[in-house]
Design a binder for this molecule. Sequence first.
Ligand SMILES: Nc1ncnc2c1ncn2[C@@H]1O[C@H](COP(=O)(O)OP(=O)(O)O)[C@@H](O)[C@H]1O
Ligand SMILES: [Mg+2]
Length: 242
Amino acid sequence: MLMSSSTVIAETRSLVKSFGSGAARIEVLHGIDIKAYESEILMLLGPSGCGKTTLISIIAGTLTPDSGSVEIFGEPLNWKKKSAITKFRALNVGFIFQQFNLIPTITCEENACVPLLIQGMSMSKAIKHARVSLDQVGLSEHMKKRPNQLSGGQQQRVAIARAMVHKPRLIICDEPTAALDAENGKLVMQLFRDLVKQPGRCAIVVTHDNRILSFSDRIATMNDGKIIDSVATKDFDFAHHQ
Ligand SMILES: Nc1ncnc2c1ncn2[C@@H]1O[C@H](COP(=O)(O)OP(=O)(O)O)[C@@H](O)[C@H]1O
Ligand SMILES: [Mg+2]
């Protein structure tokens, strides 16, 4: 389902990023230009190690590039102002990490509250929102459990509930369905679809999972630190990616 909107939600220009120093310095992003538009689910494909996680971490403000820029809703991210970025993310970005990054010592509903607490909401109010979000991902019976009492797929759904609890305008997910079975994978994609239907929103989803590609509006392919292709899903060559 390709929407006709052309409002840009997130845009990177000439992003370059290296890791290491001296002789061991390796450039992993070689100048990335990418746009994510209102109301779309943009999927980012590419082999392991090509730079997908690095790219979305820079867009989400958790990593600083060597050069280049990121604009979200037309505002440039300023990586030097950490507190501003933290606040911006708590208000606008839902990030689902590849390793989930749940806090092991607290319950699932407390984990799902975190973005709201950073915004300054009271615990009792935040818990109410967290329960709705956990219910949406099918975890209403597990809210009082700690992450290590759940399966990998359930933990991932807690991470998804946490990323959506504050109804972010930009949702960014690193392999959201890697630990989910087909049915739950579809459920999660439907949640992203419902979210991006609301005005001024989009989702950027990194995936290896061919089963969910058809839920996207556009597919960008990365290889070796570059975007090599970006097409509407209806024009994507599925035959070569099965
Ligand atoms: N913190 C880091 N320090 C050094 N190298 C890193 C770091 N993070 C990622 N890399 C390297 O950068 C490259 C891209 O990694 P990544 O963005 O995680 O790729 P992908 O998500 O596509 O698998 C890989 O070669 C990886 O080893
Ligand atoms: Mg990765």
